[in-house]
Design a protein around this ligand. Structure first.
Ligand code: BT5
Length: 268
């Protein structure tokens, strides 16, 4: 696998995008998200990449396996002139853009699982960790962390506590360049962030629902110790999960909600 290269990544992007970003590349970091969170906020969009992470993070203190030289560990920090309450659906927007970008490199269908997983054949390909802080002037600094398995070995994937997959396994013939994938992803993400800033999540909703793994299936939603069952009806225009239970539709947006299938039967 070719090493990550700032020059190759920037050369693959149009000049107007090159000028918008500050790109740093590290051989090793604890976590690309943690690294950007420590920095003083800047007007430029900061992008941080690492060949490996020693403490890659998932949500709720979970860890993200980050072996050297075979995956993408990317964080992007930007300021948004919006209140934190107006950012609902942001992580779903990132998920759909990531899925569409990676689909070019993947022969199998990439599906999304609410709120932030990308899967291929029900195995996790990629994860997203969004961390938001409010600034003194009321705007937000958003750090978007993205991990993508590009060419991890089966032995490495087997150490992950849930079924996981690499892009290489979904497309063994095509030569995969992490640098090209990153350049494509950054351009697509920058365009989408602009659109999200203007219009919110609503304009991405259909694209999310089209890729939603368990749409119209019976699922179980875990909220702390409680769980409810219902038919998964996609997401609303704010990115909240829609569940149909006893003929009534309810929306759920707590960050601690987890989604679990209780039956593979379609209950349309
Ligand atoms: C996520 O959390 O899926 C978010 C992962 C975000 C990672 C990126 S890498 C760049 C940036 N810097 C960071 O420190 N983090 C971000 P969550 O939904 O909590 O899923 C975590 C779970 O995914 C773990 O408990 C494992 O079961 C599984 N997992 C861990 N490493 C994996 C990997 N490489 N591929 C697939 N699944 C993995």
């Amino acid at each position: 696998m070719e090493p990550l290269s700032k020059e190759i990544i920037l050369a693959a992007m149009h000049k107007s995008y090159q000028e918008k970003i500050e790109l740093e590349l590290h051989q090793q970091l604890d976590s690309t998200n943690s690294h950007l969170l420590k920095q003083t906020p800047s007007e430029k969009i900061c992008v941080c990449l690492a060949e490996t992470q020693t403490m890659g993070r998932g949500r709720y203190g979970r860890s993200w396996l980050s072996p050297k030289g075979c995956s993408i560990y990317l964080s992007l920090a930007h300021l948004m002139n919006k209140e934190i309450s107006k950012l609902s659906g942001f992580s779903l927007m990132v998920g759909i853009i990531l899925a569409e970008t990676l689909q070019t490199y993947c022969a199998d269908q990439i599906t999304v699982k609410w709120p932030n997983d990308l899967l291929v054949n029900e195995k996790k390909l990629s994860g997203i960790l969004i961390e938001i802080s409010t600034q003194n002037n009321g705007c937000c600094r958003v750090v978007t962390g993205i991990g993508v398995n590009v060419a991890m070995s089966v032995a490495q994937l087997d150490t992950i506590p849930q079924p996981a997959i690499s892009l290489k396994q979904c497309n063994p013939v095509k030569r995969l360049s992490r640098n090209n994938i990153i350049a494509d992803l950054l351009v697509n993400l920058l365009q989408a962030i602009d659109r999200f800033t203007k219009s919110g999540f609503a304009i991405f909703r259909t694209r999310w629902n089209e890729r939603d793994l368990w749409l119209n299936q019976l699922v179980e939603l875990q909220i702390g110790n409680k769980s409810i069952s219902g038919i998964h009806r996609g997401v609303d225009k704010f990115g909240a999960l829609l569940l149909e239970h006893q003929g009534k539709l309810s929306s759920w947006n707590s960050g601690e909600v987890s989604l679990r299938r209780v039956s593979s039967e379609t209950t349309n």
